[in-house]
Design a protein around this ligand. Structure first.
Ligand SMILES: [Zn+2]
Length: 446
C-alpha cells in the first residue's frame, strides 16, 4: 500500500461539505485516496511531505481548454480581434497541425495548468487535420500525470455552407460520430477515480448542423458520457442564433437535448434570466472563462446570478490563443474581480472564487469523487508555499486568491506527486518546451 503523509500544513482549506478550514493539519493519502485529515496523524512507512508554512487546497479543476492552441499564443493577426475575426485569422494556421503538434502542445498546456495547481482538466479538441487524433492528447496527459477529460469536438459546417471555418477543416458528420464512438470505447473510464473520461463536444452552434447537435446528444446519452460545447459567448453569437435558428442559444440547446446535469457549456456570457433559470432547473453546468472573455472583449458572464440561482459553475482558462495564459489560479482571481466590477465589492469573496475553482469545477465535470479534501475522496491536492514575497504580511489564507503565489509548490494527482518544489517531476518539461518552440517557428514560416 502506497502511503503519503502531508504534515503540518499551516492551514488546509478542505472545501468539504462544511467548508472546514483546519490549522496545523496533516493529510494521509493511501493508494490514491484521502484516508485521514486532521492534527497529529502518524502513519507507519509513509513518505512524509513537510507542508509547514503552506496553505493546502484541493487541486484546481479546469473545465474548458483547447490545449492545441498553446502553439498559437500571441499570433499578431489575432491579438486585437473579436471572436469571429480571431477565429478566421487562426484557422489557416491550425490547418497545418498534425499528431506531433497536438501531442507537444497538449504536454505544454497540461504542464502549465499543473504548475498553477490544477489536477484535473477537460479539453475541447474540435479539429483533426493531417491525421491528428484525440489519442494524441490522451497520450500527453498520461505522461504529464494529470486527470483528463478530453472531449471529441467537431466542426461540420464549412464556409461554403454558411459556416465560419474553412471547408478543409470540417469533417463529415457520420465520420465524426463514428470516431466519437471509437474514442469513447477505447478510453472512457466510468469508474470512481478514473484518470480519463471522454466527452462528446461539437464545437459550437455556428460550426455544426442542428442534426449533429441532436445526434451527438443521443450518442452521449447512449454511451453514458458527458456533453460540452460553446454557448452564448458574445453578442455576435446571440445574433447568429437569432438569425439562423430563430431563437436564443438557451432555447436552441434545450430543443436539441443540450440541457441536463450531463451537459456543460463554455462561456455563457450572454445568458439572460430565463436561460439562467433553465440551466438552474436542469442542472446544466457552465465553464466560466473570465480572462478569455476579457481578452476577446466578450463581456462579463453573470456568474453571481448563476450561482444564486443554483447553476453549477466551474472555471476554464480557455484556449491559450484567446487567453495566452493557462494559469487557473489567476482565473479564480479574475472571476472574483469581474463579479465585483459588475455587482459591487461584496459580490464575491476570495473563498467563493476558490470554491468555484475546485469543488465547483468537479461538480461541472460530474466528479463527486474529486474537488475537496475529505476522507474517501481522490487525493488531488495542491500545496501552496506562503512563506515567499507574494504572501509576506498576509493575515488570512484568502491571500492565496487576493495576492498569490501564482505557482503551486507541490501537486498530487491520485496520490502521485507530479509537481515538486514548483517543478514538473512527471516528465521532461524542458525538452517539451524546446520541441514546442521549434514547432511554433516552423508554423510561423509556412
Ligand atoms: Zn473555447
Amino acid at each position: 500500500m502506497a502511503n503519503t503523509l502531508i504534515k503540518n500544513a499551516q492551514i488546509v482549506l478542505t472545501m468539504n461539505d462544511g467548508r472546514a478550514e483546519i490549522s496545523d493539519c496533516d493529510i494521509h493519502i493511501s493508494d490514491g485516496v484521502i484516508a485521514a485529515v486532521g492534527q497529529n496523524l502518524s502513519v507507519a512507512d509513509a513518505e512524509i511531505v513537510n507542508a509547514a508554512g503552506c496553505v493546502v487546497t484541493p487541486g484546481l479543476v479546469n473545465t474548458h481548454h483547447h490545449l492545441y492552441q498553446t502553439l498559437t499564443r500571441a499570433v499578431p493577426g489575432g491579438q486585437d480581434a473579436l471572436l469571429f475575426g480571431w477565429l478566421q485569422t487562426l484557422y489557416p494556421i491550425w490547418s497545418k497541425f498534425g499528431p506531433e503538434e497536438m501531442f507537444v502542445s497538449a504536454q505544454i498546456g497540461l504542464a502549465e495548468l499543473a504548475l498553477s495547481g490544477c489536477t484535473m482538466t477537460s479539453d475541447h479538441l474540435y479539429l483533426y487535420p493531417n491525421g491528428s487524433r484525440l489519442d494524441d492528447t490522451i497520450a500527453a496527459a498520461a505522461e504529464v500525470g494529470i486527470r483528463f477529460h478530453p472531449t471529441r469536438g467537431a466542426m461540420s459546417i464549412g464556409e461554403s455552407d454558411g459556416g465560419l471555418p474553412p471547408d478543409h477543416l470540417v469533417e463529415d458528420e457520420a465520420a465524426i460520430l463514428n470516431d466519437s464512438i471509437r474514442v469513447i470505447d477505447a478510453f472512457h473510464d466510468p469508474s470512481p477515480g478514473a484518470m480519463v473520461r471522454v466527452g462528446v463536444a461539437p464545437c459550437s452552434p455556428f460550426s455544426v448542423s442542428r442534426e449533429l447537435m441532436r445526434d451527438a446528444a443521443i450518442l452521449a446519452r447512449d454511451k453514458g458520457v458527458m456533453m460540452h460545447t460553446h454557448l452564448a459567448e458574445n453578442d455576435e453569437d446571440i445574433a447568429y442564433s437569432l438569425s439562423q435558428f430563430g431563437c436564443r442559444p438557451g432555447q436552441y440547446a434545450e430543443d436539441l437535448g443540450w440541457t441536463g446535469d450531463d451537459v456543460w457549456h463554455a462561456h455563457c456570457v450572454k445568458l439572460d434570466d430565463r436561460e439562467i433559470d433553465l440551466f438552474a432547473r436542469s442542472r446544466t453546468g457552465v465553464a466560466h472563462c473570465p480572462c478569455s472573455n476579457c481578452r476577446l472583449g466578450s463581456g462579463i458572464a453573470p456568474v453571481r446570478a448563476m450561482r444564486d440561482a443554483g447553476v453549477p459553475v466551474g472555471l476554464g482558462v480557455d484556449g491559450s490563443a484567446s487567453n495566452d495564459v493557462g494559469n487557473l489560479m489567476s482565473e479564480a482571481r479574475q472571476t472574483m474581480l469581474l463579479q465585483r466590477v459588475a455587482n459591487g465589492a461584496d459580490a464575491m469573496s476570495a473563498r467563493e472564487a476558490l470554491e468555484i475553482a475546485t469543488r465547483g469545477g468537479a461538480q461541472v465535470l460530474g466528479r463527486d469523487d474529486c474537488g475537496q479534501i475529505a476522507v474517501g475522496k481522490r487525493a488531488d491536492i495542491a500545496i501552496w508555499d506562503v512563506s515567499g514575497v507574494e504572501s509576506a504580511g498576509s493575515w488570512d489564507p484568502a491571500a492565496l486568491i487576493l495576492a498569490g503565489p501564482a505557482k503551486v509548490r507541490d501537486l498530487f494527482v491520485e496520490g502521485r506527486q507530479i509537481v515538486a518544489d514548483t517543478r514538473m517531476v512527471s516528465f521532461g518539461l524542458n525538452e517539451a518546451i524546446v520541441r514546442q518552440n521549434k514547432l511554433a517557428r516552423k508554423l510561423a514560416e509556412i
